[in-house]
Design a protein around this ligand. Sequence first.
Ligand code: SF4
Length: 482
Amino acid sequence: MASYCFTVTRLRLALGTGARRFHVSTAFSAKAKVAMSRFEPGSSINYEKMHENISIVRRRLNRPLTLSEKIVYGHLDDPAGQEIDRGRTYLRLRPDRVAMQDATAQMAMLQFISSGLPKVAVPSTIHCDHLIEAQIGGAQDLQRAKEVNQEVYNFLATAAAKYGVGFWKPGSGIIHQIILENYAYPGVMLIGTDSHTPNGGGLGAICIGVGGADAVDVMAGIPWELKCPKVIGVRLTGTLSGWTSPKDVILKVAGILTVKGGTGAIVEYHGPGVDSISCTGMATICNMGAEIGATTSVFPYNHRMKTYLEKTGRGEISSVADQFKDDLVPDEGCEYDQVIEINLSELKPHINGPFTPDLAHPVSEIGAIAKKSGWPLEVKVGLIGSCTNSSYEDMGRAASLAKQALDKGLKCKAQFTVTPGSEQIRATIERDGYAKILSDVGGIVLANACGPCIGQWDRKDVKKGEKNTIVTSFNRNFTAQE
Ligand code: SF4
C-alpha cells in the first residue's frame, strides 16, 4: 500500500508540473518519420535524440562506450547533468515504451487510473497470456480461460481502450514473443512488468523487467530511476553447429555466473561468434539472462536483426537503424566490468537443473549424473515452447526430430506438450506442417500462452508431491514449478 500511495503522489506531482508526452524530437520527425510499430503510426522512432544524448555523454566521459551504455545513456533525462558511475549512481531515464502482462497489468492500470491522467505518456501494451491454464489443448483451454477470467479481461480491454494502451487479447501470444515480433527494435528502451522482458535484447533493445509502480511512473511521464548498471561482456568466438543451439549459450553462461552473477549488470554479447546466431536465438539468450539476475542482456545490431525486422514487416525500421548503426554497436576499445569468453565451436548441448537454472550439465553426461544423483530416470513429460524457446527455428528443430522418430515407426511414450509463443508462430508451424508432425508423434499443442511455464497446468499424470522428472525448454526450473 505504501508504494501505491507513493506512486499516486508522484503521479499527481507529474500532473501538476505537466506530464511529459511521447518524447519525439521534432527535428528528427521532420527528417524521417518511422513509426515505432505498425499499431502506433503517431509515435516515431527517435534515434536522433538518442544520438544527441550519446554525444553529450561521450564528451563528458571521454572514453569509448559499451553498447549498453550507449542505449541507456541515450535515454537519460538530463545527459549533461546526470552523474554517471557504473554500479554507484542512480540514473533518471526516459524509456520509450511499457509492456504489461495480464497478471501485473491489473494493479498497474488501477494505479494509473488513480492518477487522473487522460492517456499514457509513452506507447504501452497489455498482453493476456498468464491466466490461461493448460488442460486439454489450445482451443478448449482458451475458451475456458475466457469464461473464467472474463471480468479481468473486460477490465483490461476497456481500461486499455480508454487510456490509449494497446491490448493483446487472450490467445494472441506470450508478451515477450509479441514484443519481439512487433515492438522491439535496435536501441529502443522498454520496461515491462515481467521478469523475462529482456527477451527484446535479441533485437538490440534494452528491455528491463520492473514492478508495476515503475511502469505507472513511465506511463505517467515521470523519469524512471535505475542504478547505473555495470556491464559484463560475453565475447563469443567460433560458430554454433550441429545440435548445439542458442539456448546452450545461456545455459553455459548461467553455469559460469550462477543465479546471482549478473545482479546489477547488463550482459552484453559481442565478438565474431554473434553472427552465427539467429535473431530469435539471441532473444532466447537474453530472455534467460533473467535467471542469472542480470538487469538485462543485449546483442549488437547486425544483419540477423535486419533480416528479422524485414521478415516481420519492419524493413523501414532496419533502414533507419542502418543510418544510426554506430550508436547500436559497442565502441572499439570499450571496457567491461568483467569479460567471459565462449567459443561456440566447442560448446555442447546442455541440460540445466534440476531445481535451479545454473546447474549446467552437458547432455552427453546427464544420464550418468541422473543415476548417480538418484533422480527418477523415467521422463514423464517433455514440454517445448514458452516465450523462451518457441521460435520457428526451435519448433523446426523439434519437428525434425519428431519426423525422424515417426519415420522409424516411433511415437512418444511420455506426455509431450507444445506451447507456441504467439499466434503468428502457431499459424506458421501449422502452415508448414510442423504442427501436424508434432501432433502425429504424440504432442498436444497448447494455447499461445504461458501455461505450464507459470504453473498454469492442470496436471493429472502424477499425484501432488510425487517425485518425477520432466524436461522443458522453458527458462525456469524450480521445485514443484509444475
Ligand atoms: S512463458 Fe514463462 S517465462 Fe515466459 S512470460 Fe510466460 S511465465 Fe514468464
